[in-house]
Design a protein around this ligand. Structure first.
Ligand code: HEC
Ligand code: HEC
Ligand code: HEC
Ligand code: HEC
Length: 355
């Protein structure tokens, strides 16, 4: 017995309708972008348009929100002696100078395609670094992009011979792997003014440290916490102030996933941070002591130990979240710093006395 052509056709149409319906359901569930109100362009935006005011003609809510300064929060400074002899002028990417106080320096073009407004990574050197790790940015999910748009600036960087930006990510994102990549490049950022140690500078690796934490492991992105949905002039938008979460009501950022009261969440963050700062102070004491012990002594093994010790400390000290992004990995780095610094000092003490 065979089914007639007409029956086959009817079955085919029914199956197609079911598949189409499932497809609609899947895109509806998967995309957060669709929840935002539809916006249309009032005026086209040039491919290289860096002026946010031009973007703001089309998207005034995000523009006004982005523009609104949030008071900068002073961070406790690291002991200056750890950076003896270092010229901070080299860190051009990382200073607030040139921006209104508290306003975040990223502009629309850094994160959005001017024609479609889709998220995209403006920093070419970062896409190249991803490619070297086997990640094809063109195939990245919307969710991954919500981290990459931040990672393009909040990663440690160095300079190639031609002075171009370079991200030492090819061996992996853990501090030890980054240190190995920097050592293979033969990077020395400065010679320490007290101990004469050739040093490397880590520059704000929030992405690398964050990648080791439970939030990244569970697929939570930078934007989930730093760009929560808020009401701007009565419309729901992603917050574009990009400031530290503890300055927003935590309800907006954390409660969608955590059912704890805001006060408890804040207390938990502060507890993680104060344990971190305690360990960080001890690491700083160990590093200072090692720099002094190595002063005027030329012992290459001791200098190698000290350079690595300070790099582990700097990895978390320059990162900015006081350990919150990955508490256990941050603590491991500080333990490494303390241990290697003390080893450096022991190496000096056990070698023949200074002439
Ligand atoms: C640091 C990166 C970054 C910068 C800079 C940035 N945006 Fe966004 N923008 C995002 C992210 C992330 C989203 C959320 C996208 C999503 O829903 O996944 C977003 C969403 C949007 C949306 C969609 C509606 C909404 O609010 O959720 C618009 C429109 C928008 N941005 C406009 C702008 C304009 C205009 C500027 C410049 C004044 C700007 N953005 C600067 C990252 C950025
Ligand atoms: C174009 C580069 C760039 C991009 C893109 C970028 N940032 Fe930043 N961000 C900076 C610089 C530079 C600073 C200032 C750092 C300093 O003061 O040392 C900063 C500061 C910050 C601060 C501290 C602000 C404060 O109030 O103290 C936070 C938090 C932050 N960024 C989060 C993010 C997040 C989240 C994203 C992605 C949605 C992002 N940034 C994208 C360059 C960038
Ligand atoms: C689970 C939520 C969460 C996620 C995910 C997250 N952050 Fe944070 N971030 C925080 C908290 C909380 C702080 C500490 C705020 C404070 O101390 O005021 C912080 C601090 C920071 C700071 C320090 C600001 C400064 O003044 O130096 C930067 C920069 C930053 N985050 C960037 C990022 C980037 C980039 C990512 C993604 C790779 C990310 N964050 C992912 C919650 C988060
Ligand atoms: C998109 C979802 C999401 C958001 C937003 C989010 N978290 Fe989480 N958080 C998780 C997940 C998933 C875990 C892993 C444990 C679990 O499943 O509960 C976790 C774990 C934690 C832990 C315990 C792990 C640790 O490292 O000690 C703390 C503390 C925490 N989150 C704080 C926060 C704070 C504070 C915020 C807001 C700034 C926040 N989270 C925002 C999903 C989220």
């Amino acid at each position: 017995m065979t089914l007639s052509n007409r029956t086959w056709f009817a079955l085919f149409i029914a199956a197609a309708l079911v598949a189409f319906g499932l497809g609609l359901l899947a895109t509806g569930l998967g995309s957060r972008q669709e929840e935002a109100p539809a916006r249309t362009f009032v005026t086209p935006i040039g491919d290289q348009e860096r002026d946010p005011a031009v973007w703001g003609m089309n998207f005034p809510l995000e523009y006004r929100n982005w523009q609104r300064s949030s008071p900068a929060q002073p961070q406790p400074a690291a002991p200056a002696e750890l950076f003896a002899g270092y010229g901070f002028a080299r860190d051009f990417n990382r200073t607030r100078s040139g921006f209104p106080d508290g306003q975040h320096p990223a502009t629309c073009l850094d994160c959005h395609d001017p024609r479609t407004m889709k998220l995209r990574v403006g920093q070419k050197a970062f896409s190249e670094a991803l490619a070297r790790r086997g990640v094809d940015l063109a195939k990245a999910s919307d969710q991954d992009l919500r981290t990459y748009v931040c990672a393009q600036c909040h990663s440690t960087y160095t300079f190639r011979r031609d002075e171009g930006l370079d991200f030492p990510h090819e061996k992996g994102l853990k501090s030890d792997e980054i240190l190995k990549a920097l050592e293979e490049r033969g990077v020395t950022d400065w010679t320490h003014g007290v101990s004469g140690t050739p040093m490397v500078k880590l520059r704000g690796p929030a992405y690398e440290l964050g990648s080791q934490g439970v939030h990244a492991f569970r697929g939570v992105t930078c934007s989930d916490c730093h760009m929560p949905y808020i009401q701007e002039e009565g419309t729901r938008i992603a917050s574009h102030q990009l400031h530290r979460p503890l300055r927003n009501p935590l309800e907006a950022q954390c409660i969608p996933c955590h059912r704890w009261p805001g006060s408890e969440l804040k207390a938990r963050v502060e507890d993680i941070q104060s344990s971190h700062r305690e360990l960080q102070k001890r690491a700083e004491a160990a590093l200072l002591s090692a720099h002094q012990a190595l002063a005027k002594r030329e012992i290459p093994e001791a200098r190698t130990l000290l350079r690595r010790a300070q790099a582990h400390w700097d990895f978390v000290a320059s990162e900015g979240s006081d350990g919150f992004h990955a508490p256990q990995e941050a603590a491991r780095n500080l333990a490494m710093a303390i241990d290697l610094a003390r080893q450096a000092e022991l190496t000096v003490r056990s070698s023949s006395p200074a002439p």
